[in-house]
Design a binder for this molecule. Structure first.
Ligand code: HEM
Length: 135
């Protein structure tokens, strides 16, 4: 028997697509690091691996799914702010953290700044959820 799609079917927004694609890139990088750590038995970059997987893959994939399901939130200015703050901060934050773990303590202010920007991105997400989480 054939099922038909009616006009009452939920509308999924394309706003989540870029988040999901970037999340998968972070997943590939994160698991590659995990495999490299296991193979080399050198776990120096363990916190970088954990944050690439948890902020890059898990958090961004969840944002992508939420923004796909809730177009008002996904297409809002807060979503754009969330996107740019997090996606500009995360690569800087991960690079600075890696350098710090390799002993470059001078990079600490850069790490702190990137962490603040990333956190502001999460704040934009939280405000977006409270204001725009509706169909
Ligand atoms: C093929 C996939 C993965 C491999 C091979 C891998 C490998 C590893 C290794 C070797 C460690 C260090 C363990 C130790 O120090 O004894 C680790 C730690 C960790 N991994 Fe993964 N991992 C993978 C995927 C993931 C994913 C998908 C996540 C999260 C979504 C994740 C989150 C973590 C966390 C939170 C830690 C602990 C970090 C810490 O203690 O500082 N991993 N992983």
């Amino acid at each position: 028997m054939q099922t038909s799609v009616t006009s009452s079917a939920p509308r999924f927004s394309d706003a989540g697509v870029i988040w999901l694609k970037l999340a998968v890139v972070y997943l590939i990088i994160g698991i590659s690091m995990g495999i490299a750590m296991g193979a080399s038995q050198n776990f120096t970059l363990r916190p970088v691996h954990a944050h690439i997987n948890l902020l890059g893959w898990t958090t961004m994939a969840l944002a992508g799914l939420i923004y796909s399901v809730f177009p008002k939130a996904g297409e809002s200015r807060l979503a754009r702010l969330h996107f740019w703050l997090l996606n500009l901060a995360l690569p800087v934050m991960m690079s600075a953290l890696a350098l710090l773990l390799f002993g470059q303590v001078g990079v600490a202010p850069v790490l702190a700044l990137a962490e603040i920007v990333a956190a502001l991105g999460i704040v934009a997400f939280a405000v977006n959820m409270f204001i725009n989480l509706k169909h």
